[in-house]
Design a protein around this ligand. Structure first.
Ligand SMILES: [Zn+2]
Length: 88
């Protein structure tokens, strides 16, 4: 079963088609494994635009390519890191 998720570039109206398993991995498994949000985008251009717009608020850790043509950006909040430090 294939599902659609929207491209996370706010200016883009495209959807990304993936399997239910990929969506589960994207939204749940990656978040738990890496303690970071995963934002799917439809293209390299959208990924770069989103990356640019988020770069003030987030430390960019890495890029994960889940399927060909579906670049995945992974972010960790700089503020959240500070917040976590306060808890310890
Ligand atoms: Zn897009």
């Amino acid at each position: 079963m294939r599902v659609s998720v929207p491209c996370f570039n706010p200016k883009c109206k495209n959807n990304i088609t993936m399997t239910e398993g990929q969506k589960e991995a994207l939204l749940i498994s990656f978040a738990l494994k890496y303690d970071a949000s995963v934002l799917p985008t439809c293209s390299k251009e959208c990924a770069e635009e989103l990356l640019q717009r988020l770069s003030e608020a987030f430390d960019i850790i890495t890029k994960i390519r889940v399927t060909s043509g579906t670049p995945i950006q992974r972010y960790r909040s700089a503020k959240r890191k500070t917040y976590n430090k306060k808890l310890k």
